[in-house]
Design a protein around this ligand. Structure first.
Ligand SMILES: [Zn+2]
Length: 113
C-alpha cells in the first residue's frame, strides 16, 4: 500500500516542489569578509601590531571534502549575490520537504512522535 500523507502534507509538498521549480542558479558555500597577510617577508602585515590587508571577500565552499576558496570583487559579489541567496533558499526548502516527509512517514506507520 502506498503511503497516504495528509491533505496538509500533500499541499506542503506541492508548494515546496513549485518553489524548487522556480529557483535559478545556486552557488554553494559562504562569503566572508577577511583581513589577510601577504607573502612578503617585510610588510606592514608582519608588523607588531600587524596591519593586515583587506578586507577581502572570500568565497568558501567544499569540494570532495576539501575547502576551496576564491576571492571575489565587490562587483562580483553583487552580481552573484542572488545565486548565493538561491542556494540558501534551496537548502531551506529541502529541509522543509524532509520535515514534512518525516511527519508523513511517522503518521503512515503510526510511530507516534
Ligand atoms: Zn603584507
Amino acid at each position: 500500500m502506498d503511503p497516504q500523507p495528509s491533505r496538509q502534507q500533500r499541499r506542503a509538498q506541492q508548494r515546496i516542489a513549485h518553489a524548487l521549480g522556480e529557483i535559478g542558479f545556486a552557488l554553494p558555500g559562504s562569503v566572508t569578509e577577511r583581513m589577510m597577510r601577504c607573502g612578503k617577508r617585510i610588510c606592514r602585515c608582519k608588523a607588531d601590531p600587524p596591519q593586515l590587508h583587506g578586507p577581502y571577500l572570500q568565497w568558501t565552499r567544499t569540494v570532495q571534502g576539501k575547502t576551496v576558496t576564491k576571492l571575489l570583487t565587490a562587483e562580483q559579489l553583487e552580481r552573484y549575490q542572488p545565486w548565493f541567496d538561491n542556494a540558501r533558499q534551496l537548502r531551506a526548502l529541502a529541509t522543509e520537504l524532509e520535515t514534512v516527509s518525516i511527519a508523513a512517514v511517522f503518521n503512515a506507520e503510526s510511530w507516534g512522535r
